[in-house]
Design a protein around this ligand. Structure first.
Ligand code: RFL
Ligand code: PHB
Length: 392
């Protein structure tokens, strides 16, 4: 088999890139390790920046998102039993975010891919990437017990944190930066109306909480837990009680509880791999970087990588400018490090990670950044997402 771009991974990065390239007439094949249902079973992000929303529109897959997505012009931060509102409209020149689940985006992109007739191969094993520093790379994989080969011009590694793409870059070439936080987020999805119209992030004596949503009838809640906690030990009752204990009194009575549809623990991590390009291989999304979810930046960073790679591929294939690929890492990493800093900062302000001194510093920071015009601008501008740079 032969194609122009092999995309490894059918998460949001791979599917969005595949759709944009296909629409532009750039041939691509997606290889995915698991089944479509397994991909859709992962409950992850919920907050989309305008940059992401624009990319989904550009891919022509925005119909349901535009209909069902909930625009949010603000969110709240709770500390010391008080709620402070971050007015995104006011402090970020009219910008907002859209609350629409990653699961829904992924489902929309999968459907569009099927309709377009572009090829996706699910349940492939032992993917390996070869000769990316030569002119003709190729990818080997197994499907139904058979070993197969695709020759291509470029490989997009959209295979998440545990994928093979990053490992293909020799250790002597890549540098990995990592921070582990020793806590995880225990998340619950339930068909109950959200506690508020807007998201509430908060910190209490008992720890962090986040009240989020997927729709007006479906809620997503999180509390932070130590990493030795097991999800099996968290009955629904125990979760709701813990969340209730962490909420400020003024909203506690609005909490509607119900059976969980999904429950999982995700460890918090910051991670960046540099560079994100090795010859004709590009790392995209979680394959290259991870942020703790506190800033809602993971999926949004995946979209900015896709934006840069897509526009570079247009230069390569439509303007015959192969040297355009050289800017990929630099363009991506500038935006990534800003989001890494924001996510790390929000995490350190909203989790009890240190001692009593640090707790007081957190309170002081929260008071300053949610209580002054300049502080509110700092949070709002980064929460809605920094702009994408032009590709040369
Ligand atoms: P994904 O989604 O991990 O997809 C990678 C795909 O590659 C496949 N794969 C392979 N395929 C073939 N061969 C191999 N060897 C392969 N190895 C792996 C996998 O099966 C998978 O289908 O990466 P992608 O596409 O880069 O997307 C990244 C996002 O999923 C991630 O950044 C976000 O979910 C992070 N995130 C959030 N991001 C936001 O922007 N806003 C949020 O509100 C937000 N909330 C979250 C989050 C992540 C969370 N968890 C569980 C980590 C909340 C949580 C709880
Ligand atoms: C979510 O709805 O899952 C969500 C929202 C905001 C975050 C992280 C996760 O910062």
């Amino acid at each position: 088999m032969k194609t122009q771009v092999v995309i490894i991974g059918a998460g949001p990065s791979g599917l969005l890139l595949g759709q944009l390239l296909h629409n532009a007439g750039i041939e691509n094949i997606i290889l995915e390790r698991v089944t479509p249902d397994y991909v859709l079973g992962r409950i992850r992000a919920g907050v989309l920046e305008e940059g992401f929303v624009d990319m989904v529109r550009e891919a022509g897959v925005a119909e349901r998102m535009d209909l069902e997505g909930l625009p949010h012009g603000g969110f709240q931060i709770a500390f010391n039993d008080e709620l402070r509102r971050i007015d995104l409209h006011k402090y970020s020149q009219g910008k907002q975010v859209v609350v629409y689940g990653q699961t829904e985006i992924t489902a929309d992109l999968m459907e569009a891919r099927t309709d377009s007739g572009a090829e996706s191969l699910y349940e492939v094993g032992n993917v390996s990437i070869h000769d990316v520093t030569e002119d003709s790379p190729y990818v080997l994989y197994e499907k139904d017990g058979e070993e197969l080969r695709i020759d291509c011009d470029y490989v997009a590694g959209c295979d998440g944190f545990h994928g093979v793409s990053r490992q293909t870059i020799p250790e002597s070439v890549r540098t990995e930066y990592e921070k582990i936080y020793h806590v995880g987020w225990l998340g619950v999805l339930s068909d109950t109306p959200p506690i508020d119209d807007e998201l509430i992030y908060g910190i209490s004596e008992k720890g962090f909480f986040l009240c989020s949503m997927r729709s007006k009838t479906r809620s997503r809640y999180y509390v932070d837990v130590s990493l030795d906690e097991k999800v099996e030990d968290w009955s629904d009752e125990r979760f709701w009680k813990e969340l209730g204990n962490r909420l400020p009194e003024s909203v506690r009575d609005n909490l509607v509880t119900g059976p969980s549809l999904e429950k999982s623990i995700a460890p918090l991590r910051s991670f960046v791999c540099e560079p994100m390009q090795y010859g004709r291989l590009f790392l995209v999304g979680d394959a290259a970087h991870i942020v703790p979810p506190t800033g809602a930046k993971g999926l949004n960073l995946a979209s900015s990588d896709v934006n840069y790679l897509y526009r570079i591929m247009l230069k390569v294939f439509k303007e015959n400018r192969p040297e355009a690929t050289e800017q990929y890492s630099t363009l991506c990493l500038r935006r990534i490090w800003h989001a890494e800093r924001f996510s790390w900062w929000m995490t350190s302000m909203l989790h009890n990670l240190g001692d009593g001194f640090e707790r007081r510093i957190m309170e002081s920071q929260l008071d300053y950044y949610t209580g002054t015009e300049e502080g509110l601008k700092v949070i709002a501008k980064q929460y809605v997402g920094l702009p994408y740079e032009e590709v040369e």
